[in-house]
Design a protein around this ligand. Structure first.
Ligand SMILES: [Zn+2]
Length: 138
């Protein structure tokens, strides 16, 4: 994945952010997940008055892709964007879901609305992840 491709995925994530349902925190996050067929699955955070059911943008995109029939491991990259000071990073729960469904060397493109961008792999974000294979990633 070159920088132009990464920036385009980040742009789509920032656009998906506009759909966020975040009346409680006001913290809107968007995500764009690229699969191996070249399809992009968008996600946004969806909050809830009960807080517990709240779902992050990254997991919304991942679960949406799975529901659309994309098999485990068939992802190329994911981007996440929010109006943060530095690049927006996935929470611990999303890192665990990324480790479950995505290749350990898959790039996770983190950005904000100012154009900051940082790219780390799934296994760099969650070394020694608990997975189906047991200790599959980094
Ligand atoms: Zn999360």
């Amino acid at each position: 994945m070159d920088e132009k491709e990464a920036r385009e995925l980040l742009r789509l994530a920032a656009a998906a952010r506009e759909r966020a349902y975040a009346p409680y925190s006001g913290f809107r996050v968007g995500s764009a997940l690229l699969d191996r067929e070249g399809r992009v699955h968008l996600g946004c955070n969806v909050e809830n008055a009960a807080f517990g059911p709240t779902n992050c943008a990254e997991r919304t995109a991942l679960f949406r892709a799975v529901a659309d029939g994309v098999p485990r491991g068939a992802f190329r990259a994911i981007a996440v964007a929010a109006d943060t000071e530095g690049p927006c990073r996935p929470c611990g729960v999303c890192r665990q879901v990324l480790a479950e469904l995505c290749p350990p060397d898959m790039p996770v493109i983190m950005g904000n609305l100012k154009g900051d961008m940082e790219i780390l792999t799934v296994s760099e974000l969650l070394p020694g992840a608990f997975t189906l294979e047991g200790g599959r990633s980094g």
